[in-house]
Design a protein around this ligand. Structure first.
Ligand SMILES: [Zn+2]
Length: 447
């Protein structure tokens, strides 16, 4: 019902667009200047990452960071600050050991993939079978039984390459593999494996599943190409503990004309348990937070309420986003914006949803030229945490950045530390987010 109502709200009139354009141009200048006044946003991000560490679901680190953010939101003067309980899965990485034992002994950098089961207590030692992709696996399916499948799927784009991380174990186990290893989902050689969530098929046996470094997989490939028989020993102690209590935490800048209309915006406060989760997603979370704080400081209060949300458990179960939708689905959301693509130059707001709002919003695209002359408000956008609300028919947006492939250097690896986040670019992201949220929450729309 709700979906039908929202989708039929297509006929909208945008009044005073011209007057607003010059007003927003002035506002953009103020926002840009304020966003670049110092590096306090970067300091705030670094404080969280340095004091609480990485923030995997189920960990004390995560809850300590959330408690800190709640306090800081109150200190900043946000309204209606709340912490909403969310039960989250609690996957424990444990220890990992991996070495090639034949034809010679070589220690392989390894990271268990999220949700992986452990090996037997004494580990597994088995011959490996290298495959290039799922088609290659099917071709070689008769040779798989009793072996460790090693997926050497080169990085093309994230969406395609991540399939081996997500489903590699189930596909290999179907043919009797005892474990599976993937080439880390990145185009970069830096000796560090990259982790991330994976899934099993309930009908098929669960086998240990891990990522290894690109350097290591290349060695295995070259030896395989020479016809060498390769054996690997691997031991993982990863497993699930009891579900744990976590929280979404949020605070508001209450709108001055339509306070019940919500524009929710944020990122995910959980991270993987390697590196510091700076690009993914502390930096973007802080960017949205500071964007709304900046609007407050400049007394730029839009018509509708902007709610900053730090969703929990995006990386390993999406319970934060799922439970947000369950709890808030009946509150009128004018739209939701997520920033979860790393702190790089902002180039667009990607938009999916109500066409009328889109047309009204796009009229102000030129206002962003101060941040980036080519900045776009374009079709197609959203985010994982706001996905459950988008499925209910709400408009979703994502801040789009220009990272080319750089993001994948840091993503879910030990490389994702605060020093990799550029202070000026973070401030640009804050300016773009503040402007997008202000204009979108302030749209003159008569339905
Ligand atoms: Zn993320």
């Amino acid at each position: 019902m709700l979906k039908i109502l929202l989708l039929t709200a297509l006929v909208v009139f945008n009044i005073n667009a011209k007057d607003n354009l010059s007003k927003y141009e002035e506002i953009a200048k103020k926002i840009f200047k304020h966003a670049h006044k110092d590096s306090s946003a970067w300091d705030r991000m670094a404080y969280i990452c340095d004091n609480y560490g990485h923030r995997i679901s189920g960990s004390k680190h995560l809850e300590n960071a959330i408690a800190h953010i709640e306090k800081e939101l109150i200190k900043d003067g946000f309204q209606n600050v709340v912490k909403e309980p969310v039960m989250v899965p609690n996957w424990i990485r444990g220890e990992a050991d991996c070495k090639m034992t034949s034809p010679w002994e070589y220690e392989i950098p390894i990271l268990a993939l999220g949700a992986s089961v452990s090996t037997p207590e004494n580990g597994i030692e088995a011959e490996i079978i290298m495959v290039k992709d799922f088609d290659d696996l099917e071709k070689k399916s008769k040779e798989v039984k009793g072996k460790i499948v090693v997926y050497n799927r080169a990085f093309t784009n994230y969406g395609q390459t991540v399939q081996y991380r997500l489903h590699g174990a189930a596909r290999a186990a179907k043919h009797g593999a005892v474990a599976s290893l993937i080439r880390s989902v990145t185009p970069f050689y830096d000796a560090n494996p990259h982790t991330g969530i994976s899934y099993y098929d309930d009908e098929i046996e669960k086998i240990p599943h891990a990522a290894i470094s690109l350097e290591a997989i290349d060695i295995l490939q070259r030896l395989t190409d020479q016809g060498k028989k390769i054996k690997i020993y691997m031991k993982l102690t990863s497993h699930y503990g009891e579900d744990m209590l976590s929280h979404n935490v949020m605070g508001e800048l209450v709108g001055k004309e339509l306070p019940k209309d919500i524009v929710a915006a944020g990122g995910h406060i959980d991270s993987w348990d390697v590196g510091q989760g700076a690009h993914d997603d502390a930096g973007p979370c802080v960017a949205v937070w500071e964007a709304v704080k900046l609007l407050k400081e400049l007394n730029l209060v839009p018509k509708r309420t902007i709610r900053v949300v730090f969703w929990t458990n995006e990386e390993s179960g999406l319970q934060g986003g799922t439970q947000y939708a369950e709890k808030h689905k009946d509150e009128p959301h004018h739209g939701l914006l997520e920033f979860d693509s790393g702190v790089f130059n902002p180039v667009a707001v990607g938009y999916s949803g109500n066409e009328g709002y889109f047309e009204a919003f796009k009229k102000y695209e030129s206002v962003f030229s101060l941040i980036n002359p080519k900045f776009q408000i374009k079709q197609g956008g959203g985010g994982a945490d706001i996905g459950p609300m988008m499925k209910l028919g709400y408009t979703g947006m994502g801040l789009v950045v220009d990272s080319e492939q750089e993001y994948w250097r840091y993503h879910h690896s030990a490389n994702d530390t605060v020093d990799k986040v550029d202070k000026k670019i973070l401030n640009d992201c804050i300016a773009a987010t503040a402007l997008a949220l202000y204009i979108y929450a302030d749209l003159d729309i008569i339905e």
